[in-house]
Design a protein around this ligand. Structure first.
Ligand code: ZN
Ligand code: ZN
Length: 345
């Protein structure tokens, strides 16, 4: 390619994000260069911008939820061609250790995630290893393609949470990820789906996207959940906000032998209180779930291909790369859009 530099959003220091010229990403023999079309902003990006994650990797181009088309392929790449519309599994590992072999690269000692540990897609171009690059189905809106990565996270959460037919699920917090979980868990047959959030507006959004019940988060939440689950408590409670009061409340909402799906990430050193007696006596399970990887990503693409989900509304709010700081400010507004995409075209 004749282009040598590109515009990219770069976090230089915590709370210092600007669009600047950067060299084009290098292209190793086993990599492809992707011309980015859309890149989603998520809470992880906010954490990077504010210096909570990735401090050791600055300056960094963030962006790990993206779609685009292949601009160039490395010398040893086969099966992918210039012009193919693609996304990528952002989780790179050594591919040799037991975690990599078990599709759990996040725990590989060499784990590196595109846009979190290495330069990402809030730029005109991003490079990725060819074996992590996945073609998008023909005709799929590339804006939806940028949602593959977060959707793969929900696919993994459904699997690790062993979500099944007729299982009651409580989601603590209504945000983009809990609404993805809600739709994926509904596909798995979970019912009823109960969303707890202090904001009435958010509760309305949850109801519109398929929640069977919505509840405010207050002193009456546990009683209300009992009433909706035959006096037992929910089969599964998913904490989606990374809130310590949310984690502590979860133990009051889950039924004996139920599962607490720990999804929302509080700050690294925060502590929550729970009673081990209660966990042991009631045979509760606490299950963690984080990034979608490998086949989770492929399955997310299939769900989009066959239109199993209603995600279009999450592609509506778009900003050009040059307005990245306005886009972040809009996303951070308490009543702001649940998803914001950066459009590169
Ligand atoms: Zn994300
Ligand atoms: Zn590994």
């Amino acid at each position: 390619m004749s282009v040598e530099s590109m515009n990219a959003a770069v976090v230089q220091k915590p709370d210092q994000l600007s669009v600047q010229k950067m060299p084009l990403p290098g292209l190793a023999d086993n990599q492809v260069l992707i011309r980015v079309e859309y890149c989603g902003i998520c809470d992880t990006d906010l954490a990077i911008v504010h210096g909570i994650y990735s401090r050791d990797h600055l300056p960094l181009i963030p962006g790990h939820e993206f779609s685009g088309s292949i601009a160039e392929v490395g010398g040893s790449v086969s099966g992918l061609s210039v012009g193919d519309r693609v996304t990528a599994d952002i989780n790179l590992g050594c591919e040799k250790c037991s975690y990599c072999r078990d599709n759990a690269r996040l725990n590989c000692p060499e784990c590196s995630q595109i846009g979190i540990h290495s330069h990402g897609a809030m730029a005109r171009y991003v490079s990725a290893p060819a074996d992590k690059v996945l073609p998008l189905p023909q005709g799929l809106d590339p804006a939806l393609g940028a949602l593959v990565e977060p959707l793969s996270v929900s696919v993994r959460a459904a699997k690790l949470g062993r979500i099944g037919l007729g299982q009651s699920v409580v989601f603590l917090a209504c945000n983009f990820m809990s609404l993805l979980h809600l739709q994926v868990f509904k596909l798995c047959g979970a019912a009823p789906l109960i969303v707890v959030d202090p904001s009435e507006r958010r509760r309305e959004q949850a109801a519109a996207l398929g929640a069977d019940f919505t509840l405010p988060q207050d002193g009456a939440t546990a009683r209300a959940v009992m009433d909706l689950t035959n006096g037992q408590g929910a089969d599964v409670v998913v904490e989606c906000a990374g809130s310590i009061p949310g984690y502590e409340l979860a133990f009051d909402l889950v039924r004996p032998r139920g599962r607490l799906l720990a999804f929302g990430l509080p700050a690294e050193n925060e502590l929550a209180r729970f009673r081990p007696f209660q966990v042991g006596l009631r045979e509760l399970s606490i299950i963690g779930s984080c990034a979608g990887q490998g086949e989770d990503v492929e399955q997310a693409i299939t769900l989009l291909q066959y239109e199993r989900l209603n995600l279009t509304e999450f592609t509506r709010v778009r900003y050009p790369l040059e307005k990245i700081n306005e886009a972040l400010a809009a996303y951070e507004e308490p009543d702001g859009p649940l998803k914001v995409l950066i459009s590169m075209s």
